[in-house]
Design a protein around this ligand. Structure first.
Ligand SMILES: C[S@@+](CC[C@H](N)C(=O)[O-])C[C@H]1O[C@@H](n2cnc3c(N)ncnc32)[C@H](O)[C@@H]1O
Length: 258
């Protein structure tokens, strides 16, 4: 039985950023420095734990096929550690509120009277493409973007993808690598086989891998490059934004030189 003695239990949900440890926020670092306990995930960079000098560090990562803790157990741990030791930092990959279950953890902790603070993070949904010079929106190519999960609660591809694929929006899919053939089929059924698509695995890290192609070619390209999880899938004309920009610049230079 845990003695619940701490006078001011608190939880800070900190977004660790996309992977590179320098992509955490200053506020996130300060929270780690002040933490009594850090509960961290598989997708958070181990170097970040060096900021938490005085904290107990507890790994609660879940990876497909290698379950460490259920979400319910993590919720309970957050409460137990906060009530016993004081300030818990829950360090989560990317942003805690983008497919991060941070909201559930916040609600659970607040139900026990624990004060909660949110420190947003650099989400892989935007940063993974950005680091490949793929803007999720850009003037003339994309006016909006959708961020979807490839793996819903029931393990299915989100039904929203069928709607998103009909639009001209940039579509960003997390947790979707294994469903690539199904994703491709949805676009092919809409006659969008030529649409550019990119897969970015381990974005911002030394072992980053990228596959770029069209809807019709990507499955083979991704297979050849052995792209696996964790990866972000980006679909839309923005994937070619850089090439289109280079063509424009070259045309401009040619015009000026005649
Ligand atoms: C449970 S979701 C968490 C998303 C996270 N909260 C965020 O905002 O980035 C995990 C998924 O995020 C994506 N992801 C996270 N970090 C990544 C990285 N460094 N490179 C590529 N994809 C990443 C992958 O799609 C992965 O399956």
């Amino acid at each position: 039985m845990i003695p619940y003695t701490h006078p001011s239990p608190s939880l800070t949900l900190v977004g660790a950023g996309v992977g590179d440890p320098e992509l955490i926020t200053l506020k996130g670092i300060k929270a780690l420095q002040a933490a009594d306990v850090v509960l961290y995930d598989a997708l958070t960079h181990p170097d970040l734990l060096n900021y938490a000098q005085k904290a107990q560090k507890v790994y609660v990562g879940k990876r497909v096929g290698n379950y460490e803790y259920t979400q319910e157990e993590i919720n309970e741990l957050i409460v137990a550690y906060a009530l016993e030791y004081g300030h818990v930092v829950r360090l989560k990959g990317g942003d805690p509120f983008v497919f991060g279950r941070g909201f559930e953890e916040m609600v659970h902790a607040e139900a026990f009277g624990i004060k909660v603070e949110i420190v947003p993070g650099v989400t892989s949904a935007i940063a993974a493409p950005a680091l490949q010079r793929i803007p999720v929106t850009t003037r003339g190519l994309s006016e909006s973007f959708w961020v979807l999960t490839g793996t819903t609660r029931t393990g299915e591809l989100s039904n929203d993808l069928r709607l998103a694929a009909q639009s001209t929006a940039t579509v960003v899919i997390l947790m979707g690598t294994k469903k690539l053939p199904q994703i491709v089929e949805i676009y092919q059924n809409l006659g969008k086989g030529e649409l550019p698509i990119a897969l970015i695995q381990n974005a911002s890290l030394v072992d980053e891998k990228v596959a770029i192609g069209t809807i019709d070619t990507i499955v083979e390209i991704a297979d050849n490059k052995e792209i696996g999880a964790p990866a972000v899938i980006v679909i839309g004309e923005v994937v070619n934004a850089q090439i289109l920009q280079e063509v424009k610049v070259n045309r401009h230079v040619q015009k000026r030189s005649v």
